[in-house]
Design a binder for this molecule. Structure first.
Ligand code: TNX
Length: 554
């Protein structure tokens, strides 16, 4: 044998040896949540991701650079690989992010995997972000191995434009870091609206410079009722609030993840913390205390006092400066009219405005409408729109108002029939503060009735009673996490996950793509992501014996 061929042989054997020593390959799996609209396995050779693989984003596009950085971070978390992020066009051994998909849906993306590369092409930067989420959820959790991505073409887009989750930070307060962690959870589930419930009877949580007492007094209660509204209190002062700068930090953090923060200032009811701060805004003049109980307080803003409207406008003025969102949620739920019925100022205003009771609405319901309309007009002047809880259907409907239907879906149906946009958030399907299992004694830190994972999954947000034309007014779906019985953020995670996964499929996927048994298999993959992030998800569907054990709260 010639020396050269000998050398070649030795080299070949050496390479063979190296290849056999190299790490095994683990497979990516496109069984993800929410289920994409179309997944076609092409049967071609797979793409092998190794430590040399690059992530490429279009030149001079800082938003796409952020997207690329997110992808690099997700890959590092799941596989330990530190992929290089560069700008440029389509190259080999790369995950290429592109922005030239034509689609009627702005959030659409297409994901193509072939032997040479993976291409995520979006109709917008947001679309690319959802493609990245899908790729992230396909990753195996695997260190020290190359990853094989079976060749595939995924075409995907969301069913609803508004995909929301609410967090109540009044009944219990969650730190800035916890709120960011919550937003990360939303991003993992392709959710694009974070509804932030910032005020309620039990605590005012946002700095308003014109009304400093709101946070000085209104953010702190002197104690909290023990258990489910017993007559015992813990007498431990409890509170917290976000400065305007902190709130802006959340707005930006969410924006990077294509999530809009919708603030809620709940009025004219659920205002006892504000009344404790400014007693002159109540019908009786107080004194009031930041509420230590749960439920619906009779103490509400005095509609007949002109200072009340000035207060609402002053608060909303600063809220619109902090939050660029088109929508501002102004509440409108559970506002008892007891005080207004006997308040001379409210009755005088009813007379002046010539509000009458009839078989449709009481004069006091119309007075609430007047207050909500003032807020709406003020916001309209700033180019903003309002969302209100379905109670606002009880007065004459405010033009342009979007209804958030929480007492079942009927409010949303009525709104759509009357030509108003509606967001479906029915408590029977989407209240994540409610029990997760039928075995309610097992869940002391929950309320309401059982809203199981399967129940959440079963919601059809555009009921058959609506015509196709009317269905278009159902702009989205949202789940709510009220926090009366949620004292820690770890418990937030327990209540939200995995029900958020079922929600995400109701929000994102077309009804004909949904299948609960298949969802459970795909949820098994998503669970690995939960483990990776150390989320304290409820184990009930994964470990039947968890039903018998008390809730663990890390
Ligand atoms: C009703 S939903 C409320 C909240 C409570 C929740 C408890 C809505 C608009 N109001 O104030 O926290 O029930 O599930």
């Amino acid at each position: 044998m010639k020396n050269t061929s000998k050398a070649t042989l030795i080299l070949s054997l050496f390479i063979l040896f190296l290849v056999s020593c190299t790490t095994e390959v683990k497979n990516a799996d496109y069984k993800i949540v929410p289920v994409p609209q179309e997944v076609v396995m092409t049967g071609n050779a797979p793409f092998i991701m190794n430590s040399k693989t690059k992530i490429v984003y279009p030149v001079d596009n800082p938003q796409m650079q952020k997207n690329a950085d997110f992808l690099a971070k997700y890959i590092k978390e799941a596989t330990g690989k530190d992929l290089k992020v560069i700008s440029g066009g389509e190259i080999k051994n790369a995950i290429v992010l592109k922005l030239n998909l034509t689609s009627a849906n702005a959030e659409a993306y297409q994901l193509d995997v072939n032997q040479n590369n993976i291409v995520i092409n979006g109709a917008s930067e947001a679309g690319v972000f959802y493609g990245i989420q899908s790729l992230r959820k396909s990753l195996p959790i695997a260190r020290e191995t190359d990853i094989s991505f079976p060749a595939v073409q995924i075409k995907d887009y969301p069913r609803f434009a508004y995909r929301g989750m609410m967090l109540d930070v009044s009944r219990h307060f969650f730190t800035l870091d916890s709120v960011k962690r919550y937003i990360d959870m939303l991003a993992l589930h392709n959710i694009n609206r974070f509804h932030w419930h910032l005020s309620d009877d039990q605590g005012w949580r946002i700095e308003i410079k014109k009304y400093p007492e709101l946070t000085k007094v209104g953010s702190m209660r002197s104690g909290t009722v023990i258990g489910k509204n017993t007559d015992e209190y813990d007498d431990i002062p409890y509170g917290g609030f976000y400065t305007q700068n902190e709130a802006k930090e959340i707005v930006n953090y969410a924006k990077d993840r294509y999530i809009t923060v919708i603030p809620e200032i709940d009025l004219p009811g659920h205002m006892q913390a504000a009344l404790a701060s400014y007693p002159e805004l109540g019908c009786t003049g107080g004194p009031y205390e930041v509420w230590k109980r749960w439920g619906v307080s009779e103490e509400v803003l005095c509609a007949g006092n002109p200072q009340t409207i000035e207060f609402i406008e002053g608060v909303l003025d600063e809220i619109t400066e902090i939050f660029p969102s088109e929508y501002v949620h102004i509440g409108g739920d559970e506002c008892p009219k007891d005080r207004w019925k006997t308040c001379p100022k409210c009755q005088a205003l009813i007379k002046k405005l010539e509000l009458k009771s009839d078989k449709h609405h009481t004069a006091e319901a119309r007075l609430q409408n007047y207050v909500m309309s003032c807020a709406e007009k003020f916001l309209d002047g700033k180019g903003r729109r309002i969302i209100g809880w379905d109670e606002i259907l009880e007065g004459d409907l405010i033009p342009g108002a979007t209804i958030m239907s929480w007492r079942g879906t009927k409010g949303g149906v009525e709104a759509a029939k009357r030509g108003h946009e509606a967001i479906m958030a029915p408590n029977v399907y989407l209240y994540f503060d409610y029990y997760q299992t039928e075995n309610t004694e097992n869940e002391p830190l929950a309320m309401g009735f059982p809203v199981t994972l399967e129940k959440v999954y079963g919601l059809e947000p555009a009921p058959k009673v609506l015509t196709d034309e009317e269905k278009r007014y159902i702009i989205g779906v949202q789940a709510n996490l009220w926090a009366e019985y949620i004292p820690t953020f770890s418990h937030v995670e327990h209540m939200a996950l995995p029900r958020m996964a079922a929600l995400s499929e109701v929000q994102w996927s077309m009804p004909d793509k949904k299948d609960y048994e298949d969802f459970l298999i795909r949820l098994g993959n998503l669970k690995e992501q939960y483990n990776l992030k150390d989320y304290n998800y409820a184990k009930y569907v994964f470990e039947p014996q968890a039903l018998a054990a008390p809730i663990e709260d890390k």
